[in-house]
Design a protein around this ligand. Structure first.
Ligand SMILES: Cc1cc2nc3c(=O)[nH]c(=O)nc-3n(C[C@H](O)[C@H](O)[C@H](O)COP(=O)(O)O)c2cc1C
Length: 182
C-alpha cells in the first residue's frame, strides 16, 4: 500500500462524509435564520452536549451569542438544494426562510424554532463557547430531541427507512446504503 500526501489544510475532507444540519437561530425580534453546518459532533451524553464549529464570520455566530440558543436540524438526501442554499447566502443580506419551502415549528424550551421537514431536530441552549482557530466551538446542551416517526430501529436510524444527507466537501454529497453491513 502506498500513500499520497495532501496539504494539511485539506485534512477536513478526509473526515467526511458527515451528516448535514441546518442550524436555526433568531435575532432580537425573533426573526429566524438558518445556516448549513457539517462540522458537528456530540461531546457528552450526560449532560447531553454537542459541538458545532461555527466561523465567527457567520451571521449565525452573532445571533447565537446574542440569543444563547439554537436548533440543530438534520437533513435527508431530498434536501440537498436546501443545504446548498442555506450554506451559500448570509442571513445578514437575505431572509433565507422566506425564500425557501422549509417551514418552522415553535420550540418548547428555546427561542429558536426547528424545521418541520427535518429528519431530526434538537433544541439546544448555549452551554459554552471556545475559540478554535478560524472557527469557534459552540457547545449546545440538548434540551429536547425529536425524530420523525417510523425512522428508528431501537435508538438508531434504520438505513432502509431514512437516507441521511452526507456532505463530502466541494459541493458534493452522498447518502447511506439501504442496509446494515454488520
Ligand atoms: C454543506 C455545507 C456545510 C457547511 N458547514 C459549515 C460549518 O460546519 N461551519 C460553518 O461555520 N460554516 C459552514 N458552512 C458555511 C455556512 O453555511 C455559510 O457560510 C452560510 O452562508 C452562513 O450563513 P449565515 O451568515 O446566515 O450564518 C457550510 C456550508 C455548506 C454548503
Amino acid at each position: 500500500m502506498s500513500f499520497i500526501e495532501i496539504k494539511p489544510r485539506s485534512f477536513v475532507y478526509l473526515l467526511q462524509p458527515k451528516p448535514v444540519a441546518i442550524i436555526v437561530s433568531v435575532d432580537s425580534d425573533g426573526k429566524p435564520n438558518g445556516m448549513t453546518a457539517a462540522w458537528l459532533t456530540p461531546t457528552s451524553r450526560d449532560p447531553p452536549l454537542l459541538a458545532v464549529a461555527i466561523s465567527p464570520k457567520r451571521y449565525t455566530y452573532e445571533l447565537i451569542k446574542q440569543s444563547r440558543d439554537f436548533t440543530v436540524n438534520i437533513l435527508d438526501a431530498s434536501m440537498v438544494n436546501e443545504s446548498e442554499f442555506f450554506g451559500s447566502y448570509s442571513g445578514k443580506s437575505i431572509d433565507k426562510f422566506k425564500n425557501s419551502r422549509l417551514t418552522l415549528i415553535k420550540s418548547k424550551t428555546v427561542k429558536s424554532p426547528y424545521i418541520g421537514e427535518a429528519v431530526t431536530a434538537l433544541e439546544c441552549s448555549l452551554y459554552s463557547e471556545h475559540p478554535a482557530g478560524d472557527h469557534a466551538l459552540v457547545i449546545g446542551k440538548v434540551e429536547k430531541a425529536y425524530v420523525r416517526e417510523g425512522l428508528l430501529e431501537g435508538d438508531i436510524y434504520d438505513p432502509s427507512k431514512v437516507k441521511i444527507l452526507l456532505y463530502l466537501g466541494g459541493g458534493k454529497y452522498t447518502t447511506t446504503l439501504d442496509k446494515l453491513i454488520t
